[in-house]
Design a protein around this ligand. Structure first.
Ligand SMILES: C[S@@+](CC[C@H](N)C(=O)[O-])C[C@H]1O[C@@H](n2cnc3c(N)ncnc32)[C@H](O)[C@@H]1O
Length: 270
């Protein structure tokens, strides 16, 4: 993981001050990453819709900021909701199967999975700027050509920017559990999400979810079992054993430290 001094990536303050690493005076009203990820690229905060994530002010380390500045123009993608993506063009290979990962966090598991499977393109989506910088930095260090980092809300990516049947798979690892009852409506894995996911997955493609939050695991199983677009990869039904190809994720590690039990779910699009 990138380390080092932090620089503010949150909303700029109004004063004209602060020297950057080259000793230049920086206008704090200017965007921190002019060619980097845009804040709220689709203007989704103006859309009247319940979101699965909480907008947060984040601190970006010097290493993450450097990766965002240098690598975003080449490997980054703003989810602006304004165009349909040609995934073959995005990955420079029309034959490459592409898997979407929603909510990669800091991206350590994403980078490891991409390194282990160079024949699959990973479209990794999150709203979290430090994580985007971290994943870009990890991908560069490992020389990964098969990762693209998408900035913004996965729902807009799925709804507006991906073609029908475009995806060879989808991963949702440790989505925010929203444990309070009044927040359950913010959980990602719901019938409406599954209908959208099914429309973007190719027939036979697998949706792989994992969570350490028992009530959410039960909810996932219930809605997936009830969804006519999906069938359980497990012939006997229920949760799947953790597949070897899924590395331990950061949130998973935190859950295991608290004694949580992890559940994997693998469902194939019919
Ligand atoms: C609990 S974290 C898990 C991160 C990582 N998968 C792990 O296991 O360490 C959930 C992540 O999903 C992201 N997220 C939630 N809803 C999202 C959405 N609609 N679009 C993109 N990212 C989302 C959050 O920003 C957060 O980084």
């Amino acid at each position: 993981m990138a380390t080092g001094a932090t620089t503010g990536a949150a909303e700029p303050s109004r004063e004209l001050s602060g020297a950057d690493s080259g000793g230049r005076i920086r206008d704090r009203r200017a965007p921190m990453f002019p060619d980097g990820p845009a804040p709220d690229p689709a203007g989704s905060h103006h859309e009247r819709r319940i979101r699965s994530f909480q907008p947060r002010r984040s601190r970006v380390t010097a290493g993450q900021g450097d990766a965002l500045r240098r690598l975003w123009p080449q490997w980054g993608l703003d989810i602006d909701g304004l165009r349909k993506l040609d995934l073959g063009e995005l990955f420079g290979d029309p034959e490459l199967p592409v898997v979407l990962e929603i909510g990669f966090g800091m991206g350590e598991a994403t980078a490891r999975m991409a390194a282990a499977d160079p024949g699959t393109g990973i479209l990794a989506c999150d709203v979290h700027t430090p994580g985007q910088g971290n994943l870009l930095s990890l991908a560069e260090r490992a020389g990964l050509a098969n990762v693209r980092v998408a900035n913004g809300d996965a729902i807009i990516l799925l709804r507006e920017m991906l073609q029908p049947d475009a995806l060879a798979g989808m991963r949702v690892y440790f989505p925010d559990p929203w444990p309070k009852k009044r927040h359950h409506k913010r959980r990602l894995i719901q019938p409406e999400f599954l209908a959208l996911a099914a429309a973007r997955l190719a027939p036979g493609a697998v949706l792989h979810c994992a969570t350490d939050w028992e009530p959410y695991a039960e909810q996932m199983l219930e809605v997936l079992d009830a969804d006519p677009h999906f069938e359980n990869v497990q012939p006997e039904g229920g949760f799947a054993p953790r597949p070897e190809f899924r590395p331990l994720t950061r949130f998973e590690g935190q859950g295991l430290d608290k004694g949580h039990v992890v559940h994997d779910l693998l469902f194939r699009r019919r």
